[in-house]
Design a binder for this molecule. Sequence first.
Ligand code: OOG
Ligand code: MG
Length: 254
Amino acid sequence: MNVAKALHQAITSRSEIEPFSKKGVVIGTDEAYDLQDELVALLDSPVVGYKLGLVSKAKQIQMKVSEPVYGTLTAAMEVAPEDPVPFAELIHPRCEPELVFRIGDDIDATEHPVTASEALAATAAVTGGIEIIDSRYQAFAFTHTDVIADNTSAARYVLGTRWAHPAEVDLGLLGMILEVDGEVVASAAGASLAGHPAQALALAANHLGRRGQILPAGAVVLAGGMTDAVPLKPGMSVAATYASLGSVTVRVPR
Ligand code: OOG
Ligand code: MG
């Protein structure tokens, strides 16, 4: 079975599929990332960044996978802040609040791993955003390697419009509140991400380094959901408000 082709078909036909682990397909982590690269190539849109997943305890508990995963963002996945969520193009989307890095200088961890402070020193700016994830698997249930092959459920993302230099904000203490239809449903701080968002960024750079790739200047990196993901429903509005970085809202058409 061609795993990447089956996942791509699930995306284009907006239909969920059975996880490969359930079909007796046994793959290792490296192979799962190779399959992700194959899937991303099939998406046929320029790579503009990367994402982390399953970084916060909240997400690890919700998804029952306790190790971070790394995914790839393409240009076609970006949704402008004022645009409605393209609900009809998705299977069973959920959204989650995420801090976002814009890389200023190439981060090269191909020779040796970088530290959180080295990664932060190469960061041009940070903002808050919302990721819209959409597992291609039935009931949003998967193993570690299933979700890696599925490009870590990446579907769409919205970036905030207020960017700060990382030295201007205390990323670990940076607070966020999440509201659904005007009601606060969750809150978190940057430290929910691997102890500090810069630590999450270093994890992503080091993952790419192990795969012989750099994290290039200009790339955006979504640092991982800070809270449980919220299933989107028609008519719903979800807002994430970040200390000193403003607010991002996604609206689902009725
Ligand atoms: C996997 C992707 C997780 C995050 O930020 O934790 C993710 C999933 O939950 O479907 O994007
Ligand atoms: Mg995410």
